[in-house]
Design a binder for this molecule. Structure first.
Ligand SMILES: C[S@@+](CC[C@H](N)C(=O)[O-])C[C@H]1O[C@@H](n2cnc3c(N)ncnc32)[C@H](O)[C@@H]1O
Length: 260
């Protein structure tokens, strides 16, 4: 479903994530979500050794990756637009006795953070709004040679409908090139509650992510479409064997931006 562009998009994103903070925390605590079993192992591999790195977890949500990096010896800042998410993230870090700076802010524009102060920026399933602005702001915040690690739900999932043929789960892809605001209801499963929370995001094609990186002077180092790693996957995740649910890309900031 596509929605009208003429409304306070940022306010809506903040509101939906404030409302979903608890639900998301529950969803990510089960240990058997798509993220846990497919995205996170791939993200850990993409991040590599983060010891002593200055890391920004942009759109940190409940702080799972911020805590992972801090526990591995990084100096971590986490930013999220939703105050409730930051509260959950702070609680998680306190429970784990980790020292992390958490801030509320919009990752499209973070004027309180100095240019070039990070070695690594992570944007993990957090691009709800303007992709090009988020990549440009990440560039500003990174030192030359610093890395940007993005993960996201694969666009074919976001523009497709589940469909089974011959007993095999598949997906019917449509409106792939329709870069519009998309809307659904709480996508984190009935078992997590709050089914009625409306959920919106700006849809991009896979090519748009690479275009945004290229236009902002990033060189792609690695691209992953992770397959399920765990034996005995829960039945609800079977479809992940059929098509990619996530993609991840690691890129490096080049010294100068070609204006051509
Ligand atoms: C699916 S959650 C992912 C959270 C976390 N990165 C993780 O991997 O668990 C998306 C998060 O992005 C945040 N977000 C979306 N747009 C944002 C923006 N423009 N600025 C800051 N945070 C944003 C939301 O508030 C939400 O916490």
């Amino acid at each position: 479903m596509m929605v009208d562009q003429e409304f306070d998009f940022r306010g809506a994103v903040r509101q939906q994530w404030d409302a979903l903070a608890r639900v998301y925390q529950t969803y990510r605590s089960t240990g058997d979500s798509f993220n846990d079993l497919i995205e996170i192992p791939a993200m850990h591999s993409l991040l590599g050794d983060v010891k002593d790195l200055r890391v920004l977890d942009a759109g940190c949500g409940t702080g799972e990756l911020a805590c992972y990096c801090a526990a591995a010896g990084a100096n971590v800042t986490g930013v999220d637009i939703a105050e409730e998410m930051i509260t959950e993230a702070r609680d998680r870090a306190t429970r784990r006795n980790l020292d992390i700076r958490f801030l509320t802010g919009d990752i499209e524009n973070l004027p309180d953070l100095q240019s070039g102060q990070f070695d690594l920026v992570i944007v993990s399933v957090a691009i709800a709004g303007r992709l090009y602005e988020i990549v440009a702001e990440s560039r500003r915040l990174l030192r030359n040679g610093g890395a940007l690690c993005i993960s996201d739900v694969h666009p074919i999932v976001n523009c497709g409908q589940n469909e089974s043929r011959d007993g095999k789960p598949g997906i019917f892809v449509h409106d792939y090139f329709e870069r519009s605001l998309r809307k659904t209801v709480n996508p984190f499963g009935q078992s997590c509650g709050q089914e009625d929370v409306e959920f919106i995001w700006q849809y991009y094609t896979l090519g748009d992510y690479f275009d945004a990186l290229w236009k902002n002077g990033f060189v792609v180092e690695r691209y992953l479409e992770p397959e399920p790693m765990a034996e005995g996957m829960p039945k609800k995740l079977e479809r992940a064997k059929s098509y990619p649910i996530f993609f991840l890309v690691r890129s490096r900031k080049e010294g100068r931006l070609d204006e051509s």
